[in-house]
Design a protein around this ligand. Structure first.
Ligand SMILES: [Zn+2]
Ligand SMILES: [Zn+2]
Length: 288
C-alpha cells in the first residue's frame, strides 16, 4: 500500500505513557520512536477518570504531564510536532466534574471516550450480562451520543469500542443498536467534534480500526468530515500501530484529511502533499 499520509502528515493523537495507570514509557521514548517511524505529529492523551471505581481515578498529574510534553515540544521541533491532549473517561453522571476540569486546565485537545456505562466497564463480563436482551451495543452507543451532546470534547474517542467484547459474544450490532449508532453519529456531526479513527481496533481483534469502514462511510454520508487518527499506544513500541489501516479507511470513506489542534482549535493536516504542510491554528494553551 502506498503512503496515503506521508511522514509530515502522519498524526498519532492518542498516546498513553507511564503517566497513565495502564501505560508505560516516557514522553521522550515515544517522541524518538515517532521520529524513527515517520510520524510528523504526536499527541499525548493520558487518561483522566472521574469514577472512583476506575483504576485510573486520581492518578493524573497535570503539571507533571504538561511539563514533560512542553519540554518535548521544544526539544523535537521542527522534526516532530508535539501536542498536549487528554483522554477523559465519559459517563453522564460526572459531566459537571469534567466541565470544571477542562475549564481549569489548558490542553491542545480533549478526547471524550466511553469505557463504562452506569459505572460498569464495557469490558466487564457483568456489563453484557446486565444489558437488556443481552445487547452490548444499545446502551454503549447511547452513551457515545450523550458524550457528543455534552459539547465538552474536541474528539469522540474509539467509537465502536463495545465491539471488543461484543463481537465475540453476540456478533455485529444490528437493529436497534444500528439506530443508536446513527443517533450517536448525528450528535457527533452536529457537535462539530472530530470522530477519532483509532488503530487499537486492529489489535483488539475486531478486524478494523474503531470505527469500522461502514461507520466511517455513514458518518461521511451524514455530512461528517472532521476526523483524527491515533494508535491508542500504551507503550512506545505500539506507536503508529493500526495507523495505516486507519488512513486507508479514511481514504476509502472519502475523508482525506486528519485534524490537529493547538489550544483546542483544530485545523486540517491534509493527506495529499500537494495541499501543503499541515498547519496548526490557534494559540498555545495559556500558562504553558
Ligand atoms: Zn480509551
Ligand atoms: Zn486511550
Amino acid at each position: 500500500m502506498t503512503d496515503l499520509f506521508p511522514a509530515p502528515h502522519r498524526c498519532d493523537l492518542h498516546i498513553h505513557t507511564a503517566l497513565s495507570h495502564d501505560g508505560s514509557g516516557s514522553v521522550d521514548e515515544y517522541c524518538r520512536r515517532a521520529i524513527d517511524i515517520g510520524i510528523g505529529t504526536i499527541g499525548f492523551s493520558e487518561h483522566v477518570d472521574f469514577d472512583p471505581g476506575d483504576p485510573g481515578y486520581g492518578r493524573f498529574q497535570y503539571d507533571v504531564a504538561a511539563e514533560a510534553v512542553m519540554n518535548a515540544r521544544d526539544r523535537y521541533a521542527p522534526d516532530l510536532r508535539v501536542l498536549f491532549g487528554v483522554e477523559v473517561d465519559y459517563q453522564e453522571w460526572f459531566e459537571d466534574e469534567i466541565a470544571a476540569f477542562l475549564e481549569r486546565h489548558a490542553f491542545d485537545y480533549a478526547i471524550g471516550s466511553v469505557h463504562a456505562v452506569g459505572g460498569l466497564a464495557v469490558m466487564d463480563a457483568r456489563y453484557l450480562a446486565e444489558r437488556r436482551g443481552g445487547d452490548p451495543y444499545v446502551d454503549y452507543y447511547d452513551a457515545v451520543r450523550r458524550s457528543a451532546e455534552s459539547r465538552l470534547f474536541d474528539v469522540i474517542g474509539h467509537v465502536g469500542y463495545a465491539l471488543r467484547r461484543g463481537l465475540r459474544a453476540v456478533g455485529h450490532p444490528g437493529g436497534r443498536a444500528m439506530d443508536m449508532e446513527r443517533l450517536a453519529l448525528t450528535a457527533i456531526v452536529r457537535s462539530g467534534a472530530c470522530l477519532e479513527v483509532n488503530g487499537a481496533g486492529v489489535r483488539h481483534g475486531v478486524g478494523s480500526p474503531y470505527p469500522s469502514l461502514r461507520t466511517l462511510r455513514l458518518y461521511r454520508k451524514m455530512g461528517g468530515c472532521r476526523v483524527t487518527t491515533g494508535s491508542d499506544a500504551h507503550r512506545p513500541d505500539d506507536i503508529g500501530l493500526g495507523l495505516r489501516d486507519a488512513e486507508e479507511a479514511l481514504m476509502r470513506a472519502g475523508l482525506s484529511a486528519a485534524t490537529v489542534f493547538r489550544g483546542r482549535v483544530g485545523s486540517s493536516a491534509p493527506a495529499d502533499t500537494t495541499m501543503g504542510s499541515p498547519h496548526v491554528a490557534g494559540s498555545q494553551p495559556p500558562g504553558l
